[in-house]
Structure formats: C-alpha cells, structure tokens
Design a protein around this ligand. Sequence first.
Ligand code: PHE
Length: 454
Amino acid sequence: MAARGNFSSRIGFIAAAAGSAVGLGNIWGFPYEAGAGGGAIFVLVYLFFCFALCFPVMLTELAIGRKSGRNAVGAFDALGHKKWNFIGKLGVLSGALILSFYNVIAGWAFGYTFEMASGNFAITEHFKEYTTNIYAVGIYGFLFMVSTAFIVSKGVSGGIEKAAKILMPSLIVMMVSLILYSLFLPNAMAGIKFFLLPDFTKLTLSVAFNAMGQAFFSLSLGMGTFITYGSYISKNDNLVSSAALITLTDVGIAIIAGLMIFPLIGFISGGTLSGVGRGPELIFVTLPHIFGEIGPTAGSIVGMIFFSLLCFAALTSTVSLLEVPVSYVIDEFKISRKKAAWLMSGIVYLIGIPSLMGNGYSAYFSEFITYVSASAPTDFLSFIVNVANDSFLPLGGALMIFFAAHIWKRENLEAEISMGFEGYEKSWVRKYLRFVMPILLPATLIIMFSMIVL
Ligand code: PHE
C-alpha cells in the first residue's frame, strides 16, 4: 500500500489526526453550541458523549482503517462486507456537506486576519454586512478551498505534519494567554459561571442531541476520517493510547476556547449575558472586543496572529474532510490524486454556495426553514449543521460500531485493537467494549431517533 502514502512516524499520525480534530469545531462551534444549549449543562453532556461514546467510535474507525488499508468505503469491501459499504458512502456524503459549510466559516476567519491587521475592531457592529458581501467572503473561501485542494493533491504525509507540530502548540499558548487576560475584564465571572456551573433544569432532549452531534463533529468521527487516517498507520502503533491522546487534546482545546469566549460574553453584555449573538457569528463578534481592549497596535497584531492560527487549525481539518471523498474516488475509480483533489473540492465549493448566501445576502437561504416548513427561521448553514453534524455523524458512528461488533465480529475488532497494545486482555478497554457498549449504543440510538421523529 506504499503508493497510498503513509505517515512518516507515530507522532506524524497523531499530529495529523489531532489536526483533523482540532479546528473550527472547537473554537467556533463549541462555544456557540454551548451558549445556545444552556451553558455548563451542554458542556457536561458533551463531555459524556466524547468519552463514553466517541472514544470507542474512534478506536473502531482506526481498527477498521488499519486492518483494511482502504478508504472509508473500500474498507468495508476489503473486510468482506461489501453490502455494508453504504456506511462509508454516508460518510463521504457527510464529509462533502460538512466541508461545504465549514469552508464558508474558514473564509470568514481568513478575511478576519486582514480586518484585524487593519485594526478594524468595530467590525463586530458590521458583521452582518461583512457576511452579506458574498463576493469578498466568497473569494476568501475560494482561496481557502484552493489551499486545501493543493495540500490534498500532494498527499497527506507532506509538510502538513511538520507545520502542525509547531503551529498547534502556538495556538494553545495564545488562547491560554487570552484567557488570562479576559478573566480580569469586568463581569468576566458571569460568563465563567454560565460556562461552568450546570443548571440541570435546562437539560432537554434537544440539548443532548446537539451535544452528541457536537462531540462527533469536534472529534471528526462518524464519517470515516479515522478509517482513512487509520489506513496509513503502522501495525505496531497502540490505537488506544493514540485515540486517548487525540480525544484529550481535542476536548481540552474546546474547553480552553470556552474559557476564552465566555468571560468576553460576560464583559460585553455587562454581566447580563444577553444581547450577544449566540449563533455562528459568536466568535466573530466577541473576539475583536478583546483585541480592541489590548490596544490598537498590539491588539491588531495579536488579532492577526490569532486568526492566522485559527485558519491553520481549520486547514488541517479541511484537509482531512476533503481526504475522505478524495481517497474514495482514488481507490475506487482509479483516478489520480491530483485530479480527484481538484474535482472534489470544486464540487464541494459549489455545494457551499447556499451556505455562503444564507448569511444576509439571500433572504431565501437566510431563512431557509421558514420556506421549506413552518418552524422557526433557520439559515441554510445551520440547517446543514443539523443534518450533517447532528444527524449523519452520530448515525454513521453508531452504524460503524454495530458493523464492527456484529458483522465484522467483535473478535476481529478486538484482535486489531490489541495489536500494538500489550496487556489488552486485562485492560479496561476490553471490558468497556464488551459490557458497556452493548447497552450504551442502543440507548443512544433511541435518543437520536426519538429526536428525529418528534
Ligand atoms: N473536527 C473538525 C473540527 O472540529 C471538523 C471535522 C469534522 C473534520 C469531521 C473532519 C471530519 O473543526
């Protein structure tokens, strides 16, 4: 399988996988989902799903990928269960849908690098105009997609591994410094309390549903990213410790992002926590405030660096999103990596146009749900988040676990997981997979379906 490219080392794989997980999902998605979902209660449910459900899904994806050495669809064929490759096809579709809106947000962030460089902190008051100007943000998004396609066309194990090793830690250092700064702003504590002290009366089925979707999205699970990346790793690697490290890093960065944003919400709202946008615009309207507080010159430098690092984090995620459909068409339709990368990115960019137009430019896409059904207006981008992140990813993850346990068979799954893991027989992972998963999985499916049906 050398021709498919391999990660140069275990660290390289972990950097790329953590790079896939850490992205806009943590810094853009998590704070706004938490804000909309009642704060700390959302965080609690999210943590539960990350560790209890997503972690085993990650192990399963890695095992399927490493055993088969194929893409998200071909993996099922290679294991001798072609009938089940619809799970992979659902993953390819989810990947395309997610990338289509993700790239729009990445485009906004890219444009913000220049806004911050020019010291335009007042953009928070004009954010709607910013996103309505689809020609400007559309071009930033276009450039972002071109960069993604370029990297994917060169293969996964190139410069991206090296860059991730330096830039990801820089992002963490920067966010922690911003937390330390924002904690001392007036009314910061009101935000922190909302983020950390759960109000159990706010726990509803829809909070649980969104928290589960956010957990899958943030960890890049349920669509075959880790099947694809798993196909590039060595038999000697310990899948359990790799998955644990990736999960902890990703969750840690989401919490750091929350600790950075919520004091700012407290500060901007004068402690009331209201009046600050809670939707996809959240980070774009809160962060410039902190940069403005730091001062015109220093703030614009810090803001520019922050948004460049955010773009980099997003880029390691878009690369992994594009890699899923690309590796599928390379393996299954025998076209070159280069052609596959440019073709798929072009298609996905076009699918993203309604998401681009649904933030002020087009009334139809900005209030999409009102047009297709009678419920509250929702823009096209949020609609795709609901379909792809919150429904397809958990569904894909649940199907993968079901497949591995009952179709591929648990012995085979366990044999693959135990490879490179000494003492597997006695470990808690084995007990968890055998005794807890069979109860947890049906329970989760029930929550999900009741949500979709109700
Ligand atoms: N996990 C990425 C993020 O948090 C997004 C992503 C989802 C990447 C699914 C790949 C697959 O930004």
